[in-house]
Design a protein around this ligand. Structure first.
Ligand code: SAM
Length: 291
């Protein structure tokens, strides 16, 4: 299933991620919302009613995109009653928090949360057991750059071909600028740190605080190395801190050249049908598996 990144491997880490990034207002939501609403409407018109619309959120994390879409659907009275929703991730602490986040929302339809690997989507139990195909697949927040081993990008695209509905299904894949190298552009040797240093109080664990900072990343070849220091602690009444968890490690992400992405797509038979942008310096490739 591939190693779980240390960034996501504890309940504290999952909460820290959630506190920092789980906002419904990030600009990528508009891209996915439009795709979701359009595809769902199209499905209602042209697809036999006995086949449910299925959305698969790959690397769902704490459910930011999937739950964001479902909350927006409820708020706008978009009928999702016949659709299926699957959130998958390879980090159980992230999924556990997604389950808790979903439980806070009374209005959303049921979601199947499942541990699995982005490179073996066809092995996910709800897909294997129910023989369903996916009408909208989302891999958000440039999470594809976690697939840093040679060959993993192609394996991911190959597994998309095994689950996407031929013809009408779409996969939305995001790449942050700087991790998708376009021809004729400078090859950067550094990458800005992910956000400013933070000190945040936990909402889930009484008295617990998080402190985190990231250094600017440095590329060695196509791998971005970014040092992350994170501490989970309690502030003691007499001063000082009781440290509950402390970690310093190097986050590694892969930069892909546009040429290698195009080659991997072509080799598995996926087609780019649209290329979108948002105000968060991301490009979204919209992919189709031709019939
Ligand atoms: C940057 S977070 C994005 C979370 C969420 N999609 C969002 O937009 O907020 C990346 C997520 O991808 C997951 N991930 C990384 N590699 C994965 C893999 N090979 N298979 C499944 N999930 C993976 C991580 O565990 C993490 O939850």
């Amino acid at each position: 299933m591939g190693d779980i990144d240390f960034f996501y491997d504890s309940p504290y880490r999952a909460e820290l991620y959630d506190l920092q990034w789980n906002s419904p207002n990030l600009p990528d939501m508009d891209v996915y919302w439009k795709g979701f609403a359009d595809l769902l409407a199209q499905h209602g018109k042209s697809i036999p009613q006995n086949r449910p619309f299925t959305l698969l959120d790959v690397g769902t994390g704490t459910g930011r995109i999937l739950l964001g879409l479902l909350k927006k659907a409820a708020a706008t009275s978009l009928d999702t009653s016949t659709a299926k929703f699957i959130g998958m991730d390879n980090a159980p602490p992230m999924l556990d928090l997604a389950v808790k986040n979903a439980a806070k929302e009374q209005i959303i339809p049921p979601v199947t949360w499942v541990v699995g690997s982005a490179t073996a989507l066809h092995e996910l139990s709800p897909i294997r057991q129910q023989g369903i195909t996916v009408d909208l697949l989302i891999f958000s927040f440039s999470s594809i750059c976690h697939l840093r081993e040679n060959g993993e990008l192609k394996q991911f695209f190959e597994s998309c071909t095994k689950v996407l509905t031929p013809g009408t299904g779409r996969a939305y894949i995001s790449f942050v600028d700087g991790l998708l190298q376009r021809p004729g552009t400078d090859v950067a040797s550094e990458f800005p740190p992910f956000g400013d240093p933070v000190e945040i109080r936990s909402l889930a664990y009484p008295g617990v605080w998080y402190r985190e900072e990231n250094d600017a990343g440095k590329f060695k070849g196509d791998i971005l190395f970014m040092t992350n220091r994170m501490k989970v602690f309690k502030k003691l009444p007499e001063g000082g801190e009781e440290v509950l968890e402390s970690h310093s490690g190097c986050h590694q992400l892969r930069r892909f050249s546009e040429a290698e992405v195009l080659e991997a797509l072509e080799s598995v038979g996926l087609r780019i049908v649209d290329t979108l942008r948002s105000d968060m310096m991301e490009t979204y490739l919209v992919l189709q598996l031709p019939e």
